[in-house]
Design a binder for this molecule. Sequence first.
Ligand code: GLA
Length: 388
Amino acid sequence: MIERETLRREFERRYGRPARLFRAPGRVNLIGEHTDYNGGFVLPMAIDRETVAAAAPREDRTVRVFSLDLDEEATFDLDRPGRPRRGLWLDYVEGVARALESRGVPLLGADLMLLSDVPAGAGLSSSAALEISTGLALVSVSGRTIDPVELALAGQQAEHTYVGTLSGIMDQFVAALGREGHALLIDCRALKAEAIPLDTERVVVAITDTHVHHELSSSEYNLRRAECEQGVALLGEHLPGIEQLRDVSVEDFERHAERLPETVRRRCRHVVHEMARTLAATDALRRGDLEEMGRLMRRSHESLRDDYEVSCAELDLLAETAWGVEGVLGSRMTGGGFGGSTVSLVRRERLGEFERTLTEEYHKQKGFAPTVYVSEAGGGAREVSGDE
Ligand code: GLA
């Protein structure tokens, strides 16, 4: 957890007045990958790492942001849009501010200071934690309130317009609405979620960061999305009325699959089956059948590797090594892919062996070690009270 006192003190020192604090978590997705932008289901949980934004309003329309992690300040003017897609961390902050105003939430200028322990590039959505914490901070110090789903949509809009990734709603949704001790089954079309209890007493959620992040992840992401849309257009000739892959059942898909060009067929096969796996995994969790949940996670990884082609050698190495460790119920890549992390369900008493085996094997093949984090399911975005 971020040291709140440090942030309060540094803010006062730099800006000469006290701040209010707002936090939003990173996330790990247990299953349901690349289904969100197809209107489908996902099952992420918020992790216990967070970004905290300290904020106080200003009298003008300037937003000044200081990142304590990077020791860097940036400024923008709410009345004069900066150029989008500069590849800067400011894109996320300015993007969410503009998205909020364009969605009818007028903002005051503000001084902001940021501190985060969500590792960047690890596939744990440090970007959504940044968008949602700063978005909530800007809205709140402007004397307004916002529905958390609307806040999530503003974060997603920032990705689309300012960052340039046509992402789905999963990351921002769980950053805004995560619930302690629970995963969220999100229906990404209805924008509704059900909290699913996650008992981590005997089995823990272990995140393993490959420490690699391959170029192209954003362009490949947008390409996958386009391939899914192409699949919907082609399947629509035989399944009238479908709007997204969400509308295609496994049976309908299998009946018409051979009409699709090979690549599009494999992409759609992943998505349609992954949606079914996500619902089956949720049922398994509800029944406490973690073995079944683990099997589905493994199938999800294989499908992302072979059909969706968003895994990479490093993710495969970690997942495949984990499958061979006793006490590992399941393991898969998590998030967009092309680097980042895997997520594994591991029996608590086997955690030491899990960490040792993955570290040794990865180090042997890559020459450096991965990082293993164990996380409880944390809560979503909120204001941090004065005595925390
Ligand atoms: C990224 C995106 C999400 C989602 C995942 C893949 O994290 O931001 O919207 O599409 O990839 O499941």
